[in-house]
Structure formats: structure tokens, C-alpha cells
Design a protein around this ligand. Structure first.
Ligand code: MG
Length: 246
């Protein structure tokens, strides 16, 4: 057999050889049994899953402190909700977090006061730095990258999924913290997914740095940080807040 014939027969018989391999391989050969995912029990109704850290159950504010004073929070706690009291400042979790899944519910005031950014404004700062906007964006136009469910001044939400004022709304947030090297340079930027009222509004977007009101964001290396809820002067309420560390 010369080289040409050898190559020809190789090409001709290769599919048969592969077919033979496939026939010999059992389905079990591609089953992976280890590791086995641990069991997490979903909560009944709106209750948190079994491995969640409950940040606010409607009564206890023990997980929180004032970001202004470091002491007890001065927001109003009533009717299973905590509500911003203007001027008392933002509140933050005592615990610091990295990668998380966060669930919370929020409600903008029944009484419609102000326009644009002045109506029902609050916010959730992931690691204390990156704001997922909370705003009454129900028939209330403002700049798109500053409306509810925006990553403030960075990412416009895919759709406006807002309920009306005085109605409870949900955020389910999946957050991957940024990674930095020893020299403080970004290895991988932060990424966020947000589901509002069951509707995808931010799809794994990449953050350009901490939220800034003026100017461009710029990363600076940091450790884990708290969840901060903003006091923007409007009586926005929060309830049923839980978090899972990833
Ligand atoms: Mg805000």
C-alpha cells in the first residue's frame, strides 16, 4: 500500500472507527455523581430559603446599623416594614459580603411628591459602592440610566417593570464582586443580574466602577462590604430582606 492509498483508507474508515467507539461507550460513562449539590429547602410562600441570612424579617433590625452614626438605625419600623426617615442617613448591614444573591421588597410612597429623581428615591448599594436604583418610575420620566432598576448612571434597565406607588415590588439580585490583584488592578469587574417583579431587568451586566453622581466611575481595590440602603429624603419602605452568600 502506498502512502496515498493508506491515507485514503484512513479517511474512509475513520467514521466507522468513531461509530464503533460510540457503540462501546455506555451512557453511564458520562454521568457525574460527585460533588453532589447540598440540599437547600425553598421557603414556604415568601419565606426565605433554608440557607439564607435573614437581614430583615419585618421586626428585628439587629442586622443593621446607621451608616451615619454607626449606632442603631433611626428609620421607622412598623407594619412589617422599615421606612426611610429623612435626614437620619443611610443604613448598612453589620456584616460585609462578597458574591451574593439578594432578595428584597420595596415600596414607594402612596402620596406622590416630586418628580424625576425626587420621587420615591432610594437605592441598594452592593458592597456599599454599586447602586441598584430604587425610584418611583411608574409614569415618572427621568434619565433612563437613573430610573428604577438602573445600575445608576451605568446601565439602563431592559424594560420598565415598575408597579404603581404604594405597591410592594421585588428585587432579586445576583451579584459577583470584582476581583483585584495584589497591586490593586481589576482582574474581573463586578457583574450584576437584577430581576424586578419576576422580570429580567439587568442581564449579567459589567460594572465600570463604583457609582458616581458626577463624573466617570473608576475602580479602587476593596474588600467585602455591607449592603447599604439609601436615604434620599423620600419615605421609601423595605421588607422581607434576605441574602445568600455564593
Ligand atoms: Mg437612589
Amino acid at each position: 500500500m502506498n502512502l496515498q492509498n493508506f491515507l485514503l483508507s484512513f479517511i474512509l474508515f475513520l467514521p466507522l472507527a468513531i461509530h464503533g467507539q460510540k457503540q462501546k461507550m455506555k451512557p453511564e460513562a458520562t454521568e457525574v455523581w460527585d460533588p453532589e449539590p447540598r440540599v437547600v429547602s425553598p421557603g414556604e410562600g415568601t419565606a426565605p430559603p433554608s440557607d439564607a441570612i435573614v437581614l430583615f424579617d419585618g421586626v428585628s433590625t439587629a442586622a443593621w446599623e446607621s451608616a451615619k452614626t454607626g449606632g442603631a438605625i433611626e428609620w421607622q419600623v412598623a407594619d412589617n416594614a422599615m421606612t426611610v426617615v429623612k435626614g437620619t442617613g443611610p443604613i448598612r448591614t453589620k456584616q460585609a459580603f462578597g458574591d451574593i444573591q439578594l432578595h428584597l421588597e420595596w415600596r414607594t410612597p402612596a402620596e406622590i411628591v416630586g418628580n424625576g429623581q425626587g420621587r420615591g428615591n432610594s437605592g441598594i448599594f452592593l458592597q456599599g459602592l454599586y447602586e441598584v436604583q430604587v425610584l418611583d418610575s411608574y409614569r415618572n420620566r427621568t434619565y433612563s440610566n437613573g430610573q428604577a432598576a438602573s445600575i445608576y448612571k451605568q446601565h439602563i434597565p431592559l424594560v420598565n417593570a415598575c408597579r404603581a406607588p404604594d405597591e410592594w415590588q421585588t428585587y432579586d439580585i445576583i451579584y459577583n464582586a470584582p476581583r483585584f490583584n495584589k497591586d490593586g488592578m481589576v482582574i474581573s469587574p463586578a457583574r450584576v443580574t437584577v430581576i424586578q417583579n419576576g422580570i429580567l431587568v439587568q442581564n449579567n451586566v459589567e460594572l465600570r466602577g463604583p457609582t458616581t453622581y458626577i463624573g466617570l466611575p473608576k475602580y479602587k481595590a476593596h474588600e467585602n462590604g455591607p449592603i447599604i440602603l439609601q436615604d434620599h429624603g423620600n419615605p421609601v419602605s423595605f421588607r422581607n430582606i434576605w441574602i445568600r452568600e455564593l
